[in-house]
Design a protein around this ligand. Sequence first.
Ligand SMILES: Nc1ncnc2c1ncn2[C@@H]1O[C@H](COP(=O)(O)OP(=O)(O)OP(=O)(O)O)[C@@H](O)[C@H]1O
Ligand SMILES: O=P(O)(O)OC[C@H]1O[C@H](OP(=O)(O)OP(=O)(O)O)[C@H](O)[C@@H]1O
Ligand SMILES: [Mg+2]
Length: 280
Amino acid sequence: MLRIAVPNKGSLSEPAAEMLAEAGYRQRRDSRELVLPDPENDVEFFFLRPRDIAVYVGSGTVDAGITGRDLLIDSGVEAVEHRRLGFARSTFHFAAPPDDITSVPELAGRRIATSYPVLVSGYLERHGVSAEVVRLDGAIESTVRLGVADAVADVVETGTTLRAAGLATFGEPILVSEAVLIRPSGEPRPGLDILDRRLQGVITAREYVLMDYDVPVERVERAIRITPGLESPTVSPLHDRGWVAVRAMVRRSQTHRVMDDLYDVGARAILVTTIHATRL
Ligand SMILES: Nc1ncnc2c1ncn2[C@@H]1O[C@H](COP(=O)(O)OP(=O)(O)OP(=O)(O)O)[C@@H](O)[C@H]1O
Ligand SMILES: O=P(O)(O)OC[C@H]1O[C@H](OP(=O)(O)OP(=O)(O)O)[C@H](O)[C@@H]1O
Ligand SMILES: [Mg+2]
């Protein structure tokens, strides 16, 4: 049985559970369940604190885990990022009151509050800046107002929390993060390939839509240049010999541009369908 660590709380927990359910795995019914065997799929889930997951994976106690790239790096543990999962996207930034600090060199000798001390210290060291790192568990944005720090280093998604605290980011992002599947270093454990293929299937199903349309035979080559599909689009005859039907996968983010372009070359009855699952 493949042992998989899954976040039990926080921002990663719900989207991770959703992705696993879409990949055909059992879901826990109660958020207090700590272990969930899924014998039908030959896996066992362990619900753990997101911050601890890298530690369990690094030591080989579990065979794989879902966590954030920022948490993996901050753990300092040797575990391998096996696949990006495309949710819980964020950037990790320095921020401070804009009338005080606006560049990384200005952090020298100042106090920086963060929940990610290893990640931040590593960055400062690489940039030759010597500053005091103050480790706190959360609500980092409040620390400047409360006088325990001069700047912060924290997760930024929309920037709303920073703005509300009167702070502004400066410098390049310290890290671009998202949820990732991690595994112990060395050879992947047997069974990881199946989990990985299933998760990849969910990611693809989310990233693509299925597009169907009819197009006059003499314009089909032009239409297909707009929707080349993943390997090659399906072209089927219609009852009216002058037309064919085409089916292809299209990037979700491109849906409307592609429909406009198809319409312009003469395609009609353009239909878009959501994909539930894929195995490529
Ligand atoms: N607002 C957010 N948007 C996207 N990702 C986020 C956000 N907040 C935290 N994360 C990500 O969640 C992971 C941290 O999860 P963790 O559960 O430790 O903290 P949390 O989500 O802030 O939960 P809590 O503060 O409720 O304990 C990191 O990978 C981080 O990048
Ligand atoms: O850029 P935003 O969209 O505002 O999101 C970023 C905020 O979200 C998270 O905080 P969370 O709500 O988890 O509280 P915490 O600081 O107590 O962890 C993170 O730590 C930031 O504070
Ligand atoms: Mg938080």
